[in-house]
Design a protein around this ligand. Structure first.
Ligand SMILES: *Cc1c(COP(=O)(O)O)cnc(C)c1O
Length: 397
């Protein structure tokens, strides 16, 4: 594989025009779209409209006339197709951590006789931290590591489809079936799946995810919570804020849950963040997800081939078993990544020794992958990372 061949692949790429939808700094190959997606070109104007025209022009009338009040549901409906859900099944807002608390606590209430929560110790820590907090609050619960692969007596299983550190992908259908067979409910975390591959939540009980990674909705963008319709009448939202009430503007002293997924809304939506999410969804509505996954597999495979034996691969070698990221191990991973970023190739580092590269197929091309791999090989081959200034850790790695 040489650079000319990559240029030809880019020219023939059916997704090539989407790159123009994004603002990307000159001279940068941005392989951190799995952490914070790039800025869509249309977002600034959409946010400006919300700030100046809606907030500035309509003031409090924006809640009724600019659609702010209904955002958790209208935007939830726009997110639904990206995870294989239907209308009225997804509520947007809050954060992934909060949605995890809501989903796991609701699942526990649906399985009152059981006292085991299965959670993956190698999952992104916040998932497991939220479970620990909830178990501590309730008392009497055992938290069992998913690695044991034992679902017996479990009330709920919480798992990420794609591992944030290695990019390893769990098989959603078989694990969902195994949890159900054991009488447990399952909550899927889709943070590293949504916008990277086709997802089908229809067998899951609950699913959560964020929109600031592959979906490009911006820093601090609203999360989402999917609730399977079979639980709509019985699942309870313990974060019983007024926006989940049947009639928020009746201002009743007692909590009465709304019908359907709206009972999982909690409080006043983050309207400015929703504006950026809506702009990102304007792009996604035109994207064929099967092409995204096909290109993602091609890009990650190309990167692995080009890096070859220069680094130890931490991701699964079979593309069917990984998401849209490639991770390598290196004992000096942190300074290696700093040296790489200094040369325009942006990945990130996850303790203790993981170099992470995310491939967002809407704005990363084959030539980008080629250039990133050559720069990485140079940083390693010439040991450019040994410069002293790369050793000091910044707050966010
Ligand atoms: C990114 C990510 C989160 C983020 O949680 P926040 O509440 O948005 O900070 C949670 N879980 C997983 C698996 C993630 O990858």
């Amino acid at each position: 594989m040489d650079r000319d061949r990559c240029l030809a692949l880019d020219a023939a790429d059916p997704l090539r025009d989407f790159k123009d939808e994004f603002v990307l700094p000159e001279g940068v190959v941005y392989l951190v779209g799995n952490s914070l997606g790039a800025l869509p070109r249309r977002t600034a104007e959409r946010v400006r409209r919300t700030v100046e025209d809606e907030w500035g022009g309509q003031l409090v009338g924006g809640w009724n006339h600019a659609g702010w009040y209904a955002q958790p549901l209208t935007v939830g409906d726009r997110l639904a197709p990206l995870i294989g859900a239907g209308p009225g099944q997804v509520v947007a807002g809050n954060t992934t951590s909060i949605a995890i608390f809501q989903a796991v606590s609701a699942a526990l209430r649906l399985r009152p006789g059981r006292r085991v929560i299965v959670s993956d110790l190698s999952n992104f820590p916040t998932d497991h931290y939220m479970v620990q907090g909830l178990a501590g609050l309730l008392g009497g619960y055992e938290v069992r590591d998913f690695a044991e692969r034992r679902f017996d007596d479990a009330a709920v299983v919480l798992l990420s489809e794609v591992d944030y550190r290695t990019g390893a992908r769990h098989d959603m259908p078989s694990i969902t079936a195994a949890a159900h067979e054991a009488g447990a409910l399952i909550v899927w975390d889709l943070c590293h799946s949504v916008g990277a591959m086709e997802v089908d939540v229809s067998a899951a009980d609950f699913a959560v995810g964020c929109t600031y990674k592959y979906l490009n909705a911006g820093p601090g963008a609203p999360a989402f919570l999917y609730v399977n319709p079979r639980h709509h009448a019985t699942a309870e939202n313990v974060l019983s804020g007024w926006h989940g009430h049947a009639e928020p503007f009746a201002f009743e002293p007692g909590y009465r849950p709304a019908e359907g997924v709206r009972r999982f809304a909690v409080s006043t939506p983050h309207v400015l963040s929703f504006a950026a999410l809506e702009a990102a969804l304007d792009v996604w509505e035109r994207v064929p997800m099967a092409q995204v996954r096909a290109k993602s597999v091609a890009l990650t495979s190309l990167f692995i081939d080009l890096v070859g034996d220069a680094l130890e691969l931490a991701s699964p070698a079979d593309p069917a078993d990984r998401g849209s990221q490639v991770s390598f191990r290196h004992p000096d991973g942190y300074p290696v990544m700093r040296a790489l970023i200094d040369r325009g190739v942006h990945g990130d580092f996850r303790a203790p020794d993981i170099l992470r590269f995310g491939f967002a197929p809407l704005y990363i091309g084959y030539t980008d992958v080629y250039d990133a791999a050559q720069t990485l090989l140079e940083v390693l081959g010439k040991e450019l990372w040994r410069e002293e200034r790369y050793a000091t850790r910044l707050a966010v790695t």
